[in-house]
Write a protein that binds this ligand. Structure first.
Ligand SMILES: [Fe+2]
Ligand SMILES: [Fe+2]
Length: 143
């Protein structure tokens, strides 16, 4: 079975590793490439969560949880836009630190509260269906 939660957690670890790399980076082509990679990876990750996972969260866990996550995704998108804007500037490190802190907060909520609660509320076949949908969206590069 494709476990959707495991896939999303793996995305979180990969994004954290890329952000760490960026925090230690110097201006140049490698930094720009990693900035593009983490931006694309997180855009896809958030789209998948918003289209496939959070509708179920709103229905089974609570609308407040869904709204809060939506706000946090919006903050992450703003931060990523700023990071891209500053990729060759002195403020890049601060932008990376801001994005990293915001995402760390959000990921902790997803992994310790929202996703475990959702998993509890889903029947095994629903979880498997969600896992297949998440895997297909990742493979296709979008939902
Ligand atoms: Fe999220
Ligand atoms: Fe996430």
């Amino acid at each position: 079975m494709n476990d959707p939660i495991a896939t999303l957690k793996r995305d979180h670890r990969e994004a954290a590793a890329m952000l760490k790399e960026l925090a230690e980076s110097k201006p140049g082509a490698a930094r720009r490439k990693t900035t593009d990679r983490v931006s694309a990876a997180l855009a896809l990750h958030m789209q998948i969560e918003e289209k496939l996972v959070y509708p179920l969260v709103a229905e089974r866990v609570g609308e407040d949880e869904e709204h809060e996550a939506e706000t946090e995704h919006s903050l992450a998108r703003d931060g990523l836009a700023k990071m891209n804007e500053l990729v060759d500037e002195g403020g890049f490190g601060a932008a990376v630190a801001m994005v990293t802190a915001g995402i760390k907060h959000h990921v902790k909520e997803e992994e310790t509260e929202i996703f475990p609660k959702l998993k509890e509320k889903l029947a095994r076949d629903e979880l498997a269906k969600l896992g297949d949908e998440v895997a297909a969206a990742k493979k296709a590069g979008g939902v």
